[in-house]
Design a protein around this ligand. Sequence first.
Ligand code: GTP
Ligand code: MG
Length: 370
Amino acid sequence: EGKVTVKELANKLDISTNELIGKLIGIGIMANINQELDEDTTELIASEYGFEIREAKTLEERQEEELDFEDSEENLVLRPPVVTVMGHVDHGKTSLLDSIRESHVTQREAGGITQHIGASTVNINGNKIVFLDTPGHEAFTSMRARGAQVTDVAILVVAADDGVMPQTIEAINHAKAANVPIIVAINKMDKPEANPDRVKQELTEHGLVPEDWGGDVITVPVSAIKKEGLDELLEMILLVSEMSELKANPNRKAVGTIIEAELDKGRGPVATVLIQKGTLRIGDSIIAGTASGRVRAMIDSYGKRVKKASPSTAVEILGLSEVPQAGDKLFAAKDDKKARELADQRKEQIKRDQIKSKQNISLDDLFDQI
Ligand code: GTP
Ligand code: MG
């Protein structure tokens, strides 16, 4: 990947191949003009001539430049925070999400049915918070591996009777790497063995110093089972997100990230997408990964059919040609033709990469035989 031959490099640097071969000999490399140079060597030589090696842009990067753009400050408006819940096994992540949903998503909103779309929206005095069901670790690793960041605030659940455990530490590291503020929910406070001070002590040892210990980390004692402390937790989420001034431009073509996706027998490819910029509308031409299509229907986290989705809204969408992957970015394109063309380019690229890696394998096999 990205390797150049002596001839190509000489051309790029605008020097003769002889001069370059001489240079290479000078650093102990005997090369002919068709030889590929490793990246370190290329960089070293280029820098001697005052050049800097830039990674060539990938197809996706080039396409994204076509589909996405930076919004100017005056077009940005506040948007709700997107929250993921992380923590050690059995510390109560699912219970906490369930309790929040049960106590803060009204029946009327839910329309009596519990629709699972991988995200839920909670309404607190007119302020919305979006919770992603994707376990925080996955959300961070798989999405970040694809350059997507969906989380604004991480809730770190630590069981008060168990304290900081290996996956707690992992979660702290993920959130820190992603530069996402952490709020600690000290859960299972109803248990007689609950020891919040021990939790705070252990958090401090891992660089999270609680506010009441002179640090800046908000901790909230909760009981997911008894539904205690939930209001305080939600208030703290709103407080922290207010400080982050989360904004997006709702008046443009949508950009989002696929949260989860599957092939539904009756409905075809179904994807939950978190809208991050712009507004997605029924009929919009879209591309996500190698899938393209037109938004045929949208269902919000209350299970209601909707016609549009604005920033920080999670919706289930129908109409994609195939099932995209979690973490794929979704873009609304100019028209169907554009979306399909870009998706086709991506498919071609994948094919080419596959052929290339096969060729590399057979070449290696060949060298083994000699
Ligand atoms: P994994 O998804 O397996 O990592 O677990 P989790 O973090 O989602 O934990 P889950 O919500 O499944 O809870 C694990 C166990 O702890 C269950 O038996 C819950 O009933 C119990 N539990 C969760 N929250 C509380 C709480 O506030 N108090 C008490 N007493 N038990 C709780
Ligand atoms: Mg769980």
